[in-house]
Design a protein around this ligand. Structure first.
Ligand code: KG4
Ligand code: ZN
Length: 341
């Protein structure tokens, strides 16, 4: 299976070509256009601008990955696109393009779940994890723990009760006056802060279950920020206190999930998986229990086309080839509802 993957769920246009299966597959080419500059002036993603930019980028990026891989359209065996969850208009660009292309090539088109892409993205790395594993999925919209026993075999172990971890990073960054996108900016500022200078609560860390909660942390930061004065050093200490609290909770929950699933293999995926402090902490914790830890490469933590091409290749190899007429998007879509191919 040689599959073109198209990601347009939010503010990145990602296109990639993946060839093969989970054991011996490889990424042949990938290209990404980030709309960060387009949305920065508004302090967040403007859905209409996102859709229009996907329209501009998707064809040139597709041409580029075909060139980079030394392939022609007729060399493709299928086209995968992000069907959801995400912004409806942005999703429609990828879905419309991918389905039309597949139709013209008389090849199958497959709508992929964005979070399944994130969940399986560590399979793009070397070495790659083998099934089964526990996955900590931490992105802008989700903070979830899954037991993953194969493609499409996901059991939800734990979830956030309110904000996602990435959302908490973004909102807290805004409170501290940091530019969009907040998460990476807050993480960078935290590197300048002193450990322990600002102690924040560890919500639900010791709750004895796998529920998470991050909205209280943002409120705690708001209270500190209002107390002022907020010079650079103070903001860095607050950022550090916030990041340490989130990392502490995520690490505790991930270890708890491993115990509950009786596993020692952990995969971390999603944008917050790019966080250096989280990576360091989990690396130490997993070494301590003799476990295995897998991350996607940094480039594949945040949204990208490679993870969509990967899922497309894994699923199209098994699915009774879906036909290109199954056009549609799913702005809201529960990952646990997916079936194995
Ligand atoms: O997976 P992703 O690209 O998009 C979603 O599907 O949500 O994740 C984006 C999220 C944002 O909330 C962003 O602030 C966060 O990941 N993020 C980070 C870092 N890089 C991205 N959060 C903390 N530290 C980082 N280095
Ligand atoms: Zn994402």
């Amino acid at each position: 299976m040689r599959v073109l993957g198209i990601e347009t769920s939010c503010d990145e246009t990602g296109v990639a070509i993946y060839e093969g299966d989970a054991d011996s597959g490889r990424l042949l080419a990938h290209a990404l256009h980030s709309q960060v500059d387009t949305h920065a002036a508004y302090g967040g993603v403007v859905p209409e601008l996102a859709s229009r930019d996907h329209v501009r980028r998707v064809v040139p990026l597709t041409r580029r990955v075909l060139d980079d891989a030394g392939l022609r359209l007729s060399d493709l065996d299928g086209v995968a696109y992000t069907r959801g969850p995400g912004l409806a208009g942005a999703l429609l660009v990828g879905a419309g393009f991918a389905t039309a292309l597949a139709c013209a090539l008389d090849k199958p088109a497959l709508g992929v779940h964005h979070l399944e892409g994130h969940l399986l993205s560590p399979l793009l790395a070397t070495p790659k994890p083998t099934f089964p594993f526990v996955a900590l999925l931490v992105s802008g919209g989700h903070s979830q723990l899954f037991e993953v026993s194969g493609v499409g075999r996901y059991r939800l172990l734990g979830d956030t009760l309110d904000d996602a971890a990435g959302e908490a990073f973004d909102k807290t960054a805004k409170l501290l006056g940091l530019p969009y996108p907040g998460g990476p900016a807050l993480a960078a500022l935290a590197e300048q802060g002193r450990a322990g200078a600002v102690e924040l609560p560890r919500p639900l860390r010791d709750s004895g279950d796998l529920a998470m909660s991050f909205s209280g942390l943002k409120t705690a930061v708001m209270t500190l920020a209002r107390r002022g004065p907020l010079d650079e050093a103070r903001r860095a200490d607050i950022a550090r206190g916030f990041q340490d609290a989130v990392v502490d909770v995520l690490a505790a929950k991930a270890l708890h999930a491993l115990r509950e699933a009786r596993m020692t293999r952990l995969v971390v995926a999603g944008g917050v998986g790019a966080n250096r402090a989280l990576r360091e902490r989990l690396t130490n914790d997993l070494a301590r229990i003799g476990g295995e830890l897998y991350f996607p490469d940094l480039a594949f933590c945040t949204d990208n086309g490679a993870m969509i091409a990967l899922v497309g290749a894994l699923r199209l190899a098994h699915d009774a080839a879906p036909k290109a007429d199954a056009f549609g998007v799913a702005p809201r879509w529960d990952l646990a509802s997916l079936a194995a191919p």
